[in-house]
Ligand binder design. Structure first.
Ligand SMILES: C[S@@+](CC[C@H](N)C(=O)[O-])C[C@H]1O[C@@H](n2cnc3c(N)ncnc32)[C@H](O)[C@@H]1O
Length: 250
């Protein structure tokens, strides 16, 4: 069994405290679930496709890359292999504990902080990558504003997550058909719906955004979209991916 030092030694904890008024105990939703989450995310077939899309859109380093909402660190090894110096940020200390176990042999820095109030100076990253987070952030506008701020001009932001149209609390995925229940425009947090099934979402809920909400939040942050993709070969896509950059000012 791996002996871990005290958490304060290997995770720097900085930045504004988020609050989770929707939760009884006001703890980050993934605290207490991290070991289970890590097994689940590694088991899912879609994870490999998402990682391939993330790294393909981002391309190689060198440079400093922020993995925003890094969770248990599933993307960190692939990003490091591409030559990036990775800094992982997550609000859940439990997720970061597992991330450290999974990436202890790498030099990635892991920081417990809120993506809406990042503890970094402006222009301090060459790239920002994020995977499966847009349905977990309380404040997507605040997060994308922070992505813009911490990226250097010319830096790249890459996001891969579940498709905002076809993977929602209101889309029931049956083996032979997708059933669209009423609710696509019902934005915000929900903890149940015909699209929940089993797995991660019944445990942590979903902050549902429409496709337009998601894209507009990025555009309004000042980032410039360069690619929109629907990775994978399913008939109706499960994944949605974008690349954007922080434009050089003229
Ligand atoms: C579905 S998990 C994705 C984790 C990882 N990116 C992956 O692909 O496995 C969403 C992650 O976002 C984190 N998260 C949610 N809100 C956050 C916030 N405001 N700031 C930083 N991390 C946040 C959660 O703690 C969780 O680890």
């Amino acid at each position: 069994m791996l002996e871990l030092p005290d958490r304060s030694v290997w995770v720097r904890r900085i930045g504004a405290e988020p609050s989770y008024p929707r939760l009884m105990d006001n703890r980050p939703p993934y605290d207490g679930l991290a070991d289970w989450y890590d097994q689940e995310i590694r088991r899912l077939g879609v994870t490999a496709t998402a990682l391939q899309s993330l790294t393909g859109l981002l391309g190689g380093g060198p440079g400093k890359c922020l993995d925003l909402g890094c969770g248990t660190g599933i993307a960190i090894r692939d990003l490091a292999k591409l030559g990036w110096t990775v800094v992982g940020v997550d609000v859940s200390a439990d997720q970061l504990r597992v991330a450290r176990e999974q990436t202890g042999d790498l030099s990635a820095e892991l920081i417990e902080a809120n993506a809406s109030h990042l503890p970094f100076p402006s222009n301090s990253f060459d790239a920002v990558a994020s995977m499966f987070t847009h349905t977990d952030f309380d404040d997507p506008h605040g997060v994308f504003a922070e992505v813009y701020r911490v990226l250097r001009p010319g830096g790249t932001f890459v996001y891969v997550g579940t498709h905002p149209c076809f993977v929602t609390p209101y889309v029931e995925r049956k083996p032979d058909a997708f059933v669209l229940h009423p609710g696509y425009r019902r934005r915000g947090w929900t903890s149940s719906g015909p699209g929940f099934g089993e797995g991660i979402r019944p445990r942590v809920g979903v902050n549902h955004q429409t496709l337009a909400d998601f894209l507009n939040a990025i555009i309004r942050s000042g980032l410039r979209l360069t690619t929109v993709d629907e990775p994978g070969d399913e008939d109706y896509p499960i994944l949605f991916a974008i690349a954007a950059d922080r434009p050089h000012t003229t």
